[in-house]
Design a protein around this ligand. Structure first.
Ligand code: UD1
Length: 374
């Protein structure tokens, strides 16, 4: 090929960074594509963003839109305007969006309206809960994109049920597992629990508006975590949204006063996965952590009424629970025997290679490919 295919990789919020990293490295290893990293600035704190670029060996973004925080409509609109302006001067051949955050739908919509070919990595996931902002983002992003890459067969089935033509869908596997496989030696060497003097602990994370913006639900979660902490350490890296809500509700001081409750700043990827890898149990409302614990075979209690990742329940270690059951089911999970981790099809560390091959076919690239590192 005479000129390299220009591929915009869109990242905006914390869970995006570990999804674009393996793809960035795999595209950079080809002789036909140039990955161009676009950071929307949806997340901007060092702990929510910069730490991930270092851990994931990502370069400084080629473009930074600097949108920052705002309500959903304003944040999405700012990202659209910023990305549209960028596309005036830096027109890509393809735009790739990942996950389900506001940056995902905003940039997919800009690409679709400009006639830029657009692909969605982590397509087809559905919680069927339209009160979740992410569910709206997922539905609309999949409608806007030309090429859809689901992580699991349920994603393919959901898209087909929405009458998406099969030719637009290619099952590629879970890109986050590529990141986990790539960084497993660094994660094993990090020793974060040892440095904190922790063993036999529960790891907790909460940030969903449905849990932390509801004062009654947030208070229940805190009481339940304190009950768990009576028997073993609880480690709780606190998302900025959650920290603000805990302070508003006067709950921060109550948690911090407990000798077995370890409130931490948001952690970087390697440090956080070091804590995950040695935890006896995870209690969370995250999407990605349901997948990482399933891959690692660590019990996960997800405090949500639904999940867009049902394969983590069918084949993995995940279970959906109510806030009021955290302590009882947490004790049961810690005391119970752990089954062996089951392999989930295509969660194998080679998703980026499949994505690159799929993109090459869609873009009509006929030149030989340099094999992609994973
Ligand atoms: C966003 C995603 C969510 C994802 C989560 C991971 C959407 C709709 N939601 O939610 O799917 O699971 O990221 O974290 O895109 N803030 C900071 N520093 C930052 C970023 C945010 O202090 O670097 C504060 C802001 O005050 C903001 C609040 O955190 O009001 C929430 O941030 P926002 O980006 O609106 O959504 P998240 O809750 O992080």
């Amino acid at each position: 090929m005479t000129s390299l295919l220009q591929v915009h990789l869109i990242a905006g919020a914390r869970p995006n960074f570990m999804k674009v990293a393996p793809l960035y490295h795999a595209l950079a290893a080809t002789d036909w594509a140039r990955p161009v990293l676009v950071h929307t600035g949806q997340h901007y704190d060092a702990a929510m963003s910069d730490a991930f670029f270092t851990d994931l060996q990502l370069p400084v973004p080629d473009h930074h839109l600097g949108v920052g925080s705002a309500n959903h409509a304003q944040q999405t609109a700012r990202i659209m305007a910023g990305y549209d302006t960028l596309c005036d001067t830096a027109v890509p051949d393809w735009t790739i969006v990942v996950g389900d955050v506001n940056s995902t739908i905003a940039c997919a919509l800009v690409a679709a309206k400009r006639g830029i070919s657009c692909a969605h990595l982590e397509a087809g996931l559905r919680s069927r809960d339209r009160s979740m902002p992410e569910e709206i983002n997922r539905l609309l992003t999949d409608q806007a994109c030309d090429l859809l890459w689901p992580p699991s067969q349920d994603g393919v089935d959901n898209l087909l049920a929405e009458n998406v033509p099969a030719a637009r869908i290619e099952l590629v596997g879970n890109i986050m597992i590529d990141t986990l496989v790539m960084l497993q030696p660094a994660i094993a060497a990090a020793g974060v629990p040892e440095s904190l003097g922790l063993s036999g602990y529960v790891l907790a994370t909460f940030h969903r508006p449905a849990n932390v913006d509801d004062p009654v639900r947030l208070a229940t979660i805190c009481e339940q975590l304190l009950t768990l902490a009576a028997r073993r350490p609880v480690v709780f890296p606190v998302h900025p949204r959650t920290r603000a809500r805990l302070n508003d509700a006067g709950l921060w001081a109550r948690l911090a006063a407990h000798p077995q409750m370890h409130l931490l700043e948001p952690q970087g990827y390697i440090a956080f996965m070091s804590l995950v890898a040695q935890a006896g149990l995870i209690v969370t409302d995250s999407g990605g952590i349901q997948e990482e614990t399933s891959y690692l075979g660590i019990p996960c209690l997800t405090v949500r009424p639904n999940t867009e990742r049902p394969v983590t329940i069918d084949l993995g270690t995940n279970r959906l629970i109510e806030p009021g059951s955290i302590a009882q089911l947490g004790d049961a999970a810690l005391d119970g025997a752990r089954g062996p981790a089951q392999a989930i099809p295509l969660w194998d560390g080679h998703t980026a290679e499949r994505v690159v091959a799929s993109l090459a076919r869609a873009a009509g690239v006929t030149a030989p490919m340099v094999s992609a590192a994973s």
